[in-house]
Design a protein around this ligand. Structure first.
Ligand code: SME
Length: 167
């Protein structure tokens, strides 16, 4: 088991900075997609407060298919452009949804979800790997600090998949 030191952050940006260090260490030396996605989801789920689901949807044909996650079993496939995940995939912009009930096309996987953030995962060649999706049971759980923090975490995840040293 990978033991991680407890986080001591006093502010949200500091929490993300500490989490970023932990993610970097956790994924170092491994490029396997499923292994890194699984450990990434587990670390975030057990570190950030007020999260009821977090995980990956990977591009599959025109749509998305669920990947490694933490939380209750989720919708398996999301059709092209549908839901918050589809909006992030098509627009290639991070989606911050303060109230999922006010997002007309939101797809409920866990009825406890009240707010959500979805970050598109773009490879260096410009192609879409998928999206990183985080749900909270708290309204307006995610703000610009979370947007910046999640995007930084996802950048480390994406970099981990690329071999950077001679085998
Ligand atoms: N709420 C997402 C679907 C995935 S679940 O949250 C795990 C959406 O609207 O795309």
């Amino acid at each position: 088991m990978h033991e991680l030191p407890p986080l001591t952050a006093a502010s949200k940006p500091q929490l993300y900075a500490e989490l970023l260090d932990q993610v970097t260490g956790l994924l170092r030396g491994e490029t396997n997609l499923v292994a890194n996605a699984a450990n990434f989801a587990a670390l975030v789920y057990h570190t950030l407060p007020d999260i009821n689901w977090c995980g990956f949807y990977f591009r599959d044909g025109d749509g998305l298919i669920v990947g490694p996650f933490q939380g209750k079993p989720a919708c398996v496939r999301i059709a092209h452009g549908r839901g918050v995940c589809g909006a992030a995939a098509v627009s290639r912009q991070t989606q911050v949804v303060p109230d999922v009930n006010a997002f007309p096309d939101h797809i409920f996987c866990d009825g406890a979800s009240r707010s959500e953030i979805v970050v598109p995962l773009i490879r260096k060649d410009g192609s879409l790997l998928g999206v990183w999706d985080v749900d909270s049971p708290v309204l307006a759980r995610f703000d610009d600090d979370d947007r910046a923090g999640m995007q930084a975490l996802c950048a480390v995840f994406m970099a981990s998949l690329v071999q950077t040293r001679a085998a």
